[in-house]
Design a binder for this molecule. Sequence first.
Ligand code: NAP
Length: 286
Amino acid sequence: MLKTLSTVKITWVGAGSMAEAMIRGLVDGRKAPGENLSAINRSNAEQLAEFRDRYGIFTANDPEASDRYIREADILVLAMKPKDAAVALRRLRYQVDGRQQIVSVIAGLSIATIQSLLGRPLAIARTMPNTSSTIGLGATGISFSREMDEPSRDLILQMFKSFGEVAQVDEEQLDIVTGVSGSGPAYVYYLMEAMIEGGIRGGLTAEAARRLTVQTVLGAAQMVIATEENPGELRRKVTSPGGTTQAAIETLDSCHFAEGVTSAVLRAAERAREMGAELARSAQES
Ligand SMILES: NC(=O)c1ccc[n+]([C@@H]2O[C@H](COP(=O)([O-])OP(=O)(O)OC[C@H]3O[C@@H](n4cnc5c(N)ncnc54)[C@H](OP(=O)(O)O)[C@@H]3O)[C@@H](O)[C@H]2O)c1
């Protein structure tokens, strides 16, 4: 049985950008005190010193302290790159004792593969956050193994809510979560690149085109939140018959814009499935 977010001990194995996004969300949002948090990595001492200074957490990469932080943790967050996961998890096998709840942010690594590398069917939360988590505006899909009890699930959901939106899904759906929100920021950046280019070709300075585009995207997302209307409804409201927006939308339709974006989401999900299968194979072989 776990504690509350303000009393639970959390250790990150891997101290990179995703670990930092989570730690910042918890510490800066005053959801968890730094003294209950720790992060360990492989060798980058400078990175650990920055984490210590910025967030007041404990850090280590020497074997003795790392071992202590792992054993004392209530929640252990796996935050290394997929290629490093097999080695790291095989080592952890001797340090986890079934008391720790395991949270993985590793893209593509299935619950079954994590349990197999750790040597037992431990309680696992597998998550798919996105890059906007680093500024507290993430979108995370999360799936729990059947071994995880309700209080632990609630606590882990709270932890991810400290840096954005969370959707609880079945594990198979994490691939489509990757297609929608995992890779999603890149589609929006692509749209923004094209809007800026249009502005420049139409005679604006690059700076003005950029500022107007950024504010337009921010304002449109905020409008969907504030009005609680569907994006389709909002689009119809701003599209007067025979007007400029209608002319623009017809041009997008002639380029199969909507179909292209939908296909992109589905293709990213398919690629996530392929990469997950490759990762499971190589993790078992290595
Ligand atoms: N960044 C994102 O926006 C994002 C979004 C969704 C999912 N993810 C997932 O988050 C995970 C981490 O990504 P990241 O961008 O944070 O990576 P990163 O910045 O490269 O950080 C990886 C960290 O893992 C550490 N590490 C590697 N092997 C280790 C081991 N055996 N024991 C302990 N620590 C070890 C590294 O330590 P050293 O530096 O000392 O080598 C480093 O601190 C990935 O699996 C990725 O799929 C990231």
